[in-house]
Design a binder for this molecule. Sequence first.
Ligand code: CTP
Ligand SMILES: C[C@](O)(CO)[C@H](O)COP(=O)(O)O
Length: 382
Amino acid sequence: MTVIAPQGYAAIITAAGRGLRAGGETPKQWGDLAGRTVLDRAVAAFSGFSRVILVVHPDDMGLALAAFGGRVTLITGGATRAASVRAALDTLEDGDISHVLIHDGARPLVSARVIAGVIAALQLGARAAAPALPVTDALWRGADGQVAGTAPRDALYRAQTPQGFLRRDIAEAHRRFPEGAADDVELACKAGIAVTITPGDEDNLKVTFPDDFTRARRILGAGMDIRLGNGYDVHAFGPGDHVWLCGVRIAHDAGLVGHSDADVGMHSLTDAIYGALAAGDIGRHFPPSDPQWKGADSAIFLRHAADLARARGFGFGNLDVTLVCEAPKIGPHAAAMQARLAEITGIEAARISVKATTSERLGFTGRREGIAALATAALMKG
Ligand SMILES: Nc1ccn([C@@H]2O[C@H](COP(=O)(O)OP(=O)(O)OP(=O)(O)O)[C@@H](O)[C@H]2O)c(=O)n1
Ligand SMILES: C[C@](O)(CO)[C@H](O)COP(=O)(O)O
């Protein structure tokens, strides 16, 4: 359901933060939430407003134009949330906007009921209105990990957005208190404006920490995001007296030829993780044309893939590698390989399998011309 805002109402959506606490490759508002960005969901909730000002970071303007160009007014924000709101209010100075609802772009699950509650209070004559939830847990003061005291929770609320105001009131409050505040209600209170509390919603969470993505996904009923990737690699035998396989040096009557250390097992596993992430392959991240990877330890590649998965919020279900060769014998080294892969990736060894097979003397592996490796990686989030 979409809330159709009355004439003269504008929505300001703040999305110029960097989302440092949430981490990740992109600021949280640009992060994926079950197939759509957090910000896309927040903006969609205000599609019934004829005027929407979306405040973004200057670095994100390209992204914002591609995602929202033509649908909203895009402006760049300031160093603080308050500065971003101020920039948006300035754009409304000379227009015919009587009321504004100011919403965090990091609150993607705001419901029509919450928005309608704020508008209803304003329409009934409130100068300001904002959703909140009463605090239901006991409150403690803590010091050094110990409970140092308790605090009364009566009449305490957890503030949410959108926070609604008469435009002139909140613009004036921002002018009077340029030092800003945690939110616009705090500024309104400082300016002596009465604020009506409207019903909040537990689902109207602000994505703040990495786990909030998981919670939001659950609320959306999106379930777990499970990814599978496979990898395959081959290296030919050449001169040498050892091979590197899954991070373990094994004495052999030949070496493996490659630009890096030619660890075919580790390469297939690295590609399996990139595959699960739809992040290309090892050659894209570490081009063989780049001399710095000549003779490189393949642990660098595998660690990069595992770190990338974590940066995107994934944990590991399991990793499975199969080496295909007549020789050397893999069995005696499988446990050491498992341990080394666990060390490199930070995944518990019990979730990593290394096994081997011959190709019954058939094909290039059967003719002892090289070694092939296949790998599967299972990643999950949520
Ligand atoms: N200079 C800023 C800082 C924050 N915000 C926005 O205000 C909302 C609430 O802020 P918060 O959750 O604190 O976001 P960040 O500042 O991005 O988070 P962090 O403090 O973890 O970096 C977010 O939608 C954020 O993008 C903004 O528009 N301009
Ligand atoms: C505006 C706000 O979302 C109200 O709960 C909140 O104050 C902003 O987030 P921050 O984490 O305090 O920056």
